[in-house]
Design a protein around this ligand. Sequence first.
Ligand SMILES: [Zn+2]
Length: 242
Amino acid sequence: MADQAVTSADDAVPRDVHGGLAQEVADSTCGARVTGLCRDLAVGENLAGAGVLQHPSDRVFESRHARSVFGDHPVSPQTVAVLDDLLAANVRYAEAFDAGHLPREPARRLVVITCMDARINPAAALGLRPGDAHVLRNAGGRVSDDVIRSLVVSTGLLGVTTVIVMHHTGCGMAAISKRDVQAVLSDISEEHWEAFDLLAIEDQHQALREDVDAVLQSRLLPPLQVTGLIYDVATGRVQQML
Ligand SMILES: [Zn+2]
């Protein structure tokens, strides 16, 4: 696992999983508690012995990797408790794991782009099983540059032909503006602020149309079947809009 390489023609993609993971964590400057985990698809278990996290019973601040992440900052008991719960859950998950045979290519040749909203379970809502689809999530389920980056891989290398953009009711991105974000940020340069695109949602249907069109019109992507859905967080129902 330590020598596992990620095949890519893009130098921005980490060739070494551990190096890339550590860099992603180190690059986070938001002040949130950031921990790197790596899932070994071949064995379906944590990266034991590789300096990330040794075992669910280990405290995160005892791991070599966690020290490099948190430095001299104390790790909150809440973070430790959450990680303990997650890793213990993963042990149970891995014990019953039976999907190690799945190919990398999604069986339904499908990508679902949706919001990171914690209330949405895209797989359950759409009847997807492991191996069926790529699910790309961000704030608002917007077709950002990074979503296009992933779609290039999905469609160009992994056989995806269908894209679903699934926005939802009650989205937080419809309730905030760039001004709101600016109010909670400090010490940000004008240059960085100007470059920051919040991709907030002013009109839900217009935003959905924009995101569907962004996929359809991208010069980096082949012709695709693209559908726009709205997920209702109150009922769990999905309605096809586009
Ligand atoms: Zn949302």
